[in-house]
Design a protein around this ligand. Sequence first.
Ligand code: NAP
Length: 471
Amino acid sequence: MAYQTTNPYTNEVVKTYEDATPEYVEESLAKAQKLYLKWRNDPVSSRIPVLHKLAQIFRDETDSLAKVLTVDMGKLIGEAKGEVILCAMIADYYADHAEELLKPRAIESIAGEAQLENHPLGVMMAVEPWNFPYYQMMRIFAPNFAVGDPIVYKHAAITPASALAFEDAVRRAGAPEGALTNLFLSYDQVSDVVADKRVQGVALTGSERGGVAVAKVAGEHLKKTTMELGGVDAFIVAHDANMTDVKNIAPRARLYNAGQVCTSSKRFIVTENNYDEFLASLKAAFSSVKMGDPMDPSTTLAPMNSKRAKEKLQAQVDEAIAGGATAYYVHEPIDDDGQFFMPTILTNITKDNPAYGKEMFGPVAQVYKVKDDDAAIALANDADYGLGGIVFAGSAEYGAELASRIETGMVFVNTFFSSLPELEFGGVKKSGFGRELGQSGIFSFVNQELVVKRDHPNEDETGGLVLAHKF
Ligand code: NAP
């Protein structure tokens, strides 16, 4: 396994890193376990200042932290800065809310004075992707640090500098040794760590392929998991949608982060009365992008993360066309060696086309024409995935009605899809299970320990009968 930064704009190999040695892995797990044993007895409040400090570091060092992302995986520098700021917001959110969220919950019960206490679960293993290298880490780190779960993590092989920069920021924020440890692991080593009896939880964000592999090992060892996987999110243009808003949002919903977002709109499902107007506007937007140096703030479309990803997407587009799809629009080639993928619009994708229902992770829009809103919902639901979605409709209320009929984890009505600290993030079907962020996100790796107390055994009629056999 080669952990390596190859700048996708210049194709320069910036740095290669060695895999973690077995000794370092063992040492890291031992430190994490030792910290867990300590943290079990420490109050949540003892960890809060570190999260606020971490947020401050992300705010103070936005520019330098953002550059690491852009060199590692090519995203536009403006989008990289946005990611850094979002990380600060997530750290602050859990710093502000963790104590309240994690306080014991009293339960009224005939058994006695009952309460549900939230304790750390233990050491966690996180496996994270390259498309938002800091944000994905912060989604896991901030809530679970507040809970008291130490984390070891394997980041994507192509974003090692981002992995190290995140670890370094956490250390500088004052987190104790063992709180968060980056490990450059091979897949086999990931399996070994997941199997290790000190590890109690496994969180993976990535593709269905990666999710299946890691969830399988976790399942064999009965480890709790969350899986945040891919999607083929629908962008529904209902019959009465405001087309000015649609035209403004649709291109961004596909091209943001060079189309490499799990919740990018990948299937535009457009009612027939709006179809021609929609296609023309999407084509105009796709043809006006400015590809170039992602460090240049005037660039509007970044290169893809790697040569491999570009080749995979090209193969998918070729296969779709060979299967009968129409390449309604392909951006004219540009004279640049960076890993740019020409924005492409595919239409006439039939159910038997290999591209139907497949995630295309880059600047390629699939556009479908449907006769009405019911047909749009039916097509949106005809997918193995269910992560996010966008609906544009004549009113927020009608849009929300349509949204509720989509089998998916998250939907935004009449607006851009955004991830924010307070909003639960996660999917259904092959998009995975569990939630990150928001209030739910903090409970994924918590031991919700029930404690029932009273001064003497419960011998009243109901309690004795229901709760315990009398011998
Ligand atoms: P990926 O190939 O599954 O990689 C994600 C992480 O899993 C990487 O660290 C990868 O390591 C690791 N991995 C993959 N196979 C593994 C195995 N057999 N054993 C151990 N580790 C393994 O995903 P990707 O293509 O990089 O990321 C893009 C995908 O992530 C898309 O499908 C996207 O939709 C999804 N995603 C989902 C969310 C969400 O929140 N739902 C967010 C972002 C992205 P290597 O890099 O070393 O291969």
